[in-house]
Ligand binder design. Structure first.
Ligand code: ASP
Length: 438
């Protein structure tokens, strides 16, 4: 743990990791909880977690350190590990599923390894307790790359149950596949009556730069708002000032590491949200309503998302057909094309597969924009062969929707009709200006 000068200073004042302390340096006073020192950090520094949740390292030369008594502390729970809520606050359920947002640094290796308990999550964000009464549910703990449709089904059931108990529900989740889960909940929770807010964190909550705290605080603000929608609430920009809440079917992780990685696609955010509770709606969102949410969780797992690339052989479709897959979403080029001549022509394969009952849909591999198969001959022929173009729907959303629709019906005309029916804002009739790279 601490050694040298920091250890001596802390020892003299009987300060242990977890104690709430004040540190004065260069005329500035910092108050926070003493954290363990990462083994790979500067040995002359101590690390404290500030009240805003961020960790900072302070060089112990020329500092004054004091231990704060519980009275001076003024903030329940931070030092002792207990978390007290004002029971009169409106209740928000937090459903934790794993991922970086509920992970912590292993101070020996510096890597993100162990999962915190739900209690840890509450303790880390005492500010939440000021305006919300928190209930925690933890159906499973996994990194989001390990999510499967059966996790979505399980989660939808847990969220529906929590919606009956609380004013709104937050789902904390790994960011890598967060937008798939957001789409799944958007389809599976029918007649939504309250907000369902998915959030994650690009940096673990033990890092000074973690986005997790303000993401959760803004998510709780949305969960208590008058927006009955499923969406993702994460940082709006590289600063820590506000978040955006974006429709669960029109959002995608667009960066490996930036805190503002979740961007609306072919859409604008539903709202901007500030940690102090200010919410600026950017488009019409259905308000809360009476009645219970209906669950439609059936899902056909034999569906796949295939990305076309130059040289891609159409026999990939035969593979899925042979394996008993019922439907495919193909990421098609440009306005909706695939090769129509030469040995890699997809036309005969699409015809053969659709005649044998497989349903094949196209979504734009450009991610942004709307398909229009009528512009190029290659698009027209692809359409005539049986591929159905899904307008401005995101490929990931289309994949989730296809599994969900096929879970309800296997009748080809019904599946086609439902895939082109708007259930959760996944398609827009017209292209909205100002939605590119926002
Ligand atoms: N791989 C992690 C996950 O998606 C990353 C994260 O949590 O942000 O679960």
């Amino acid at each position: 743990m601490y050694s040298g000068k920091p250890r001596k200073l802390l020892h003299e004042r009987n300060i242990r990791v977890g104690d709430r302390i004040a540190v004065e340096k260069n005329g500035i006073r910092y108050e926070g909880t003493l954290m363990p020192r990462p083994e790979i950090g500067d040995a002359a520094c101590i690390v404290i977690k500030l009240d805003n949740g961020y960790n900072i390292g302070i060089d112990c030369r020329n500092v004054r350190i004091s231990k704060l008594t519980d009275e001076k502390n003024g903030r329940e729970g931070v030092a002792t590990g207990t978390f007290r809520m004002n029971k009169k606050n409106p209740q928000v359920s937090i459903v934790t599923t794993g991922g970086t947002i509920t992970s912590k640094i292993d101070y020996k290796t510096g890597g993100v390894t162990s999962l915190t308990t739900p209690d840890d999550l509450q303790r880390k964000i005492p500010r939440l307790g000021k305006f919300a009464k928190i209930r925690i549910e933890n159906p499973f703990n996994i990194m989001s790359e390990s999510m499967t449709p059966s996790h979505w089904q399980n989660l939808a059931k847990v969220v529906a149950r929590e919606l009956r108990k609380s004013e709104g529900v937050i789902v904390t989740h790994g960011t890598d596949t967060l937008h798939f889960t957001a789409a799944a909940l958007s389809f599976m929770l029918r007649d939504l009556n309250k907000p369902v807010v998915l959030t994650g964190s690009q940096r673990s909550t033990d890092r000074g730069s973690s986005d997790g705290f303000s993401n959760i605080i803004c998510s709780a603000r949305v969960a208590l708002s008058d927006m009955a929608a499923v969406g993702i609430c994460m940082h709006a920009n590289m600063d820590d000032d506000y978040c955006i809440f974006t429709r669960g079917t029109k959002v995608r992780k667009m960066h490996t590491s930036r805190r503002d990685a979740f961007r609306p696609i072919n859409d604008i955010p539903l709202a901007k949200v500030w940690p102090d509770g200010k919410i600026e709606k950017l488009q019409g969102v259905p308000p809360r309503k009476k009645g219970a949410v209906k669950l439609e969780t059936s899902f056909e797992p034999k569906v796949a998302l295939v990305k076309f690339y130059p040289g891609c052989n159409p026999e990939i479709i035969d593979y899925y057909l042979k394996k008993g897959y019922k439907g495919l979403v193909v990421e098609v080029t440009g306005l909706g094309q695939l090769p129509t001549y030469g040995k890699n022509s997809w036309i005969d394969t699409i015809k053969r597969a659709t005649e044998r009952g497989m349903l094949i849909f196209g979504a734009a591999e450009t991610i942004y924009g709307r398909l229009n198969p009528n512009v190029y001959t290659e698009g027209r022929l692809t359409k005539e062969a049986g591929l159905i173009h899904l307008q401005d729907m995101l490929p990931e959303t289309a994949y989730v929707k296809l599994g969900w629709v096929l879970g309800q019906t296997k009748k080809p005309e019904k599946v086609a009709e439902r895939m082109l029916t708007n259930y959760a804002g996944e398609m827009r009739d017209r292209t909205v200006m100002g939605t590119f790279l926002v």
